[in-house]
Write a protein that binds this ligand. Sequence first.
Ligand SMILES: [Zn+2]
Length: 346
Amino acid sequence: MTSITIPFPDDWHVHLRDGAMLDAVVGYTARRFRYAMVMPNVVPPITSVADAAAYRDRILGSAPSDAVDFRPVMALYCSDAIDLADLRTGIADGVVAAVKYYPAGATTNSEAGGTSLLAFRELFDVLADTGTRLLVHAESTDPSIDIFDREAAFLDNQLAPLCEAMPELLVTVEHVSTRAGVEFVAAHPHVAATVTPHHLARERSDLLADGMRPDLYCKPVINSSEDQAALVEAVTTGDPAFMMGTDSAPHPTTAKYGPKAKAGVFNAAYGLEVVADVFDQHDALSQLGAFVSGNGCAIYGVEAPEHTLELSKETMDKDLAAELSTSAGDSVVLFGTEEASRWTVR
Ligand SMILES: [Zn+2]
């Protein structure tokens, strides 16, 4: 039996939503992860320190009491609504851990986002001054660019000029999805990246070849097998610039399976098993702890966790849930049941 003990993981990119959905999903993250970088694209977006503190209180209020060491950390939503003095205060007080940039219209609740990274130069000066990371959804919204090329286009046209203008700015490319993204991170010493379980474990044929799979539809879209291989190589070789960010993003099945599927994969439940399975397939379980814990701790300057988790690959009869229900009557499909059937987490 294959078994490995890893430091208690952190999730550096997660959507916890609000209200009934928050209540239904927060336990999955709170029981499996320590730090959780909570994305601010709720409605309305989190753009002030008061909003961030109130949202963190709602999250902690909804979290189960048996969570081991759950520590949600908050990002503000990059927009003109952010007051720079308020941002400085939030950073100094430890309420704001990062600022997240969304290109307007790129993904769920991104309508309030920006049209040009360089337009936020003054805000980014505050981040550079304080050593605070800018989190970037790196995806062009130019409809003339092929959807599978949009990450590379954004990196070339938007993020490269910003990194050149502000080489000291600390940047995280979120949910990196392509070989171009991996190469961009390698070429920029102040740029790190989160990688999702689904971009590591699936490629676009899984999404499209056997009928369109709304449960695998996310932004940026799952890309080619070539791109998947580049991501797997980056994480399984222990590259310290890459860390786990699940991008767990619940949507009600009614919104996923309608005519215009919402982008997002809910993987807080089984993402860890999915990632363990990828590392095991590449004989790289010894690097799993770095990816789910050590690299992120170094990138975000936080201490190593006190607790550990044990993952065992064993075939057991399990009653695995395939979806969850909210108190509002919605259901959400859980990603990774196949991998979760092969692994046990203790
Ligand atoms: Zn996200």
